[in-house]
Ligand binder design. Structure first.
Ligand SMILES: Nc1ncnc2c1ncn2[C@@H]1O[C@H](COP(=O)(O)OP(=O)(O)OP(=O)(O)O)[C@@H](O)[C@H]1O
Ligand SMILES: [Mg+2]
Length: 471
């Protein structure tokens, strides 16, 4: 028969001719072909597919949900939406297939099922693409694995080093907190081990197998904090967040959420946080659905929260909500009995990390360290020890090894801290000193003094009046 003639006379005839040919051809080049009904139950599959799935008798699969045997199948989506998926990649075991999925309709247009074609071997030209795809898949799996790893707490209660009375009390309270599943508030200066203890409490609680998620309120810009906490619904924004993002509350579901530097949280977020703590549900940005969350909160701060409440910078209702069970972490200067153990464990870890020979700490060194007031607490101690190890070759660390590393007597930070004054006062004092010195150097001549100071004569007169200086 002449094709042109057929086409002009009966366009449908061509379709009828082409359809079986196409199906036949597809069946030939395909690794497998499968058909499902409107409920995505397998109704038919060819032998190739059957073997690929590891079966010899199709009866074992017929009538069963397609996902039971092909976990990444999207045929259910095709029968529900009626939309074909013409070209897609589907992972199956360690292999990736190119797949085509088409809905099947009856004469009235009603969807009665779908057919899927799985292509692989013949598509040599797709090899580079498939290679890239499986590399990306591997990377994704690795990233996911790392994420899970990072969410697992690194610390247990044994990591909190110290056997002095204050440290034993901290550990006793932490153990109790772990059993109680209530909100915990950790209070202590910087470097006293708040994060360590938060992880340790989680690790010895019933939630240990679930996620430990930390949010640092001080490290995230105010505008992003809400999305960080509660997430963003898909389609709420265009651009990078188009697909939506899970909030930390959701990620911590079933586990523990660590609110670090909670005292630095903006008031607006405090109000939202309080609501979530009361309702135990969150509402992602741009969505109007609420999601139930089961999260244990551990909060930490190095600032004085009561003072912040008094100054109106922290909501009192949130403070009471968080302050159910609070643990005060003692500063290092109050734990001198723990100093030796802390040094030992820190030196041990430095050895492990750097591969350098293990150093011992001598009594003279310990005395020197005990005389210092450690504003940066255990974190600072670890840094100081690391510096000492890097600066000296001897097996034993002595007092002299710390001479150049530790400021004499007081730390620099606390020297400044003791002198904190309003800025205006400090500036006025500095100006007074500079002007007096310039006037002296210029023998009382104001024009010369102004020149020395790099200011105009008029400004000098102004300053003299302001500072009530007489020449
Ligand atoms: N008691 C301790 N035993 C062993 N290591 C400790 C102890 N306390 C703190 N550290 C170590 O000191 C460092 C600082 O601890 P961590 O980060 O928990 O302090 P933090 O209180 O959260 O400080 P910041 O307020 O600055 O965030 C960490 O390396 C931690 O392992
Ligand atoms: Mg911290």
């Amino acid at each position: 028969m002449d094709l042109t003639e057929l086409f002009t006379k009966n366009p449908d005839g061509l379709k009828q001719l082409a359809a079986p040919a196409l199906l036949h051809r597809l069946g030939d080049i395909c690794e497998g072909t499968i058909a499902v009904d409107a409920q995505a139950r397998i109704v038919w599959l060819n032998d190739k597919y059957l073997h690929m799935l590891g079966f010899s008798d199709p009866q074992a699969l017929l009538g069963r949900d397609v996902e039971e045997f092909i976990p990444h199948s999207l045929l259910r989506q095709v029968v529900t939406t009626g939309e074909a998926i013409l070209l897609d990649l589907m992972a199956f075991g360690s292999e990736t297939f190119v797949v085509t999925r088409l809905p099947l309709t009856d004469s009235t247009g009603k969807i009665i099922g779908a057919v899927g074609f799985c292509l692989y071997e013949k598509l040599h030209h797709l090899k580079p693409l498939l290679g890239k795809f499986s590399r990306l898949q591997e990377e994704l799996a690795e990233t996911r694995r790392q994420l899970v790893e990072n969410r697992r707490p690194r610390y247990t209660l044994a990591s909190y080093v110290g056997n002095g009375p204050a440290s034993l009390e901290v550990k006793r309270q932490a153990r109790r907190a772990a059993q109680l599943d209530t909100t915990v508030l950790l209070l202590g200066e910087t470097g006293t081990g708040k994060e360590l203890l938060a992880q340790a409490i989680h690790a010895s609680s019933d939630r240990a197998a679930q996620a430990f998620i930390a949010v640092n309120a001080a490290a995230i810009p105010e505008t992003l904090l809400e999305a960080e906490f509660f997430g963003v619904a898909a389609g709420a924004y265009t651009g990078a967040d188009k697909r939506g993002r899970e909030g930390k509350f959701k990620l911590a579901h079933g586990g523990t959420l660590f609110l670090d530097e909670v005292g630095d949280m903006p008031l607006q977020i405090q109000a939202k946080l309080l609501r979530v703590l009361q309702e135990q549900e969150i509402e992602p940005l741009g969505s109007n659905k609420v999601i139930k969350v089961d999260v244990r909160i551990i909060a930490a701060t190095s600032i004085n929260l009561q003072q912040s409440v008094a100054q109106g910078r922290f909501r009192s209702d949130l403070y009471y909500r968080l302050n159910v069970l609070s643990i005060n972490l003692p500063p290092l200067r109050d734990r001198s009995t723990d100093l030796e153990a802390l040094c030992e464990s820190a030196l041990e870890q430095i050895t492990e990390r750097t591969g350098m020979p293990r150093r011992e700490i001598t009594q003279s060194a310990l005395q020197r360290l005990a005389a210092y007031d450690w504003p940066g607490n255990v974190r600072e101690l670890r840094n100081v020890l690391e510096k000492a190890v890097l600066h000296s070759d001897s097996k034993r660390l002595v007092a002299e090894d710390f001479a150049t590393i530790l400021p004499q007597g007081m730390s620099l930070l606390s020297t400044f801290a003791q002198e904190v004054q309003p800025l205006a006062q400090v500036v006025a004092e500095a100006e007074r000193k500079a002007i007096t010195a310039a006037l002296q150097a210029a023998g009382g001549k104001k024009i010369a003094a102004a020149q020395l100071l790099g200011i105009s004569r008029a400004t000098l007169y102004e300053k003299l009046a302001q500072l009530k200086l007489t020449v």
